[in-house]
Ligand binder design. Structure first.
Ligand code: RB5
Length: 170
């Protein structure tokens, strides 16, 4: 069994290849900019797919761009989507095969979304939480590994795949 130290080493090693795709609508623009700076300051590879201004846009367009990016390398890439509430853009992201998007506004949800559900996209609501909380949630999401030695968690993820195969076309 891997010790926590070895796990952490593997996680930080994997970070080298990880690209974080960032996207938002006008409601999330302000927070997306804050998180982008936060990630760049920590030397993450960041791909900002827009929106690049606070002009009105539609969140499904930006969820799609982020999910397309994540799907380029599902084993490594991570998505981060932001809208006003985090709700609309997370619903849009979850329409994509292989995407498990969690709308998180607290530490516990961010932790569980990785540990148990192996989420690969984090959604944040700019009108719901403050910048510092959003940074903690983002860091937690990025640093928490999936507990892939847990049979129950894996079984449930397999069932999610079965639903995708049955109901999603692409
Ligand atoms: C845009 O005003 C707002 O509806 C959007 O950002 C988001 O909150 C939708 O869920």
């Amino acid at each position: 069994m891997l010790t926590n130290t070895i796990r952490q080493f593997i996680t930080s090693f994997k970070m080298e290849n990880k690209v974080i795709y960032l996207g938002c609508d006008h409601g999330g623009f302000e927070l997306k900019e804050v998180i982008k700076k936060h990630l760049l300051d920590k030397n993450y590879k960041v791909e900002d797919v827009g929106s690049y201004t606070a002009d009105r846009v539609d969140y499904p367009d930006y969820a799609a761009k982020v999910c397309e990016g994540v799907k380029k390398d599902e084993a490594n890439n991570i998505g981060l989507v932001v809208c006003g509430s985090g709700i609309g853009i997370s619903i849009a992201a979850n329409k994509f095969k292989g995407i498990r998007c969690a709308n998180c506004h607290d530490y516990y949800s961010a932790l569980m979304s990785r540990k148990k559900d192996n989420c690969n996209v984090l959604s944040l609501g700019c009108r719901v939480i403050g910048e510092e909380t959003a940074k903690i949630i983002t860091d937690t999401f990025l640093h928490t590994p999936f507990e892939n030695n847990n049979e129950d968690f894996n079984k449930r993820l397999e069932k999610l795949k079965e639903i995708e195969e049955k109901y999603l076309k692409a």
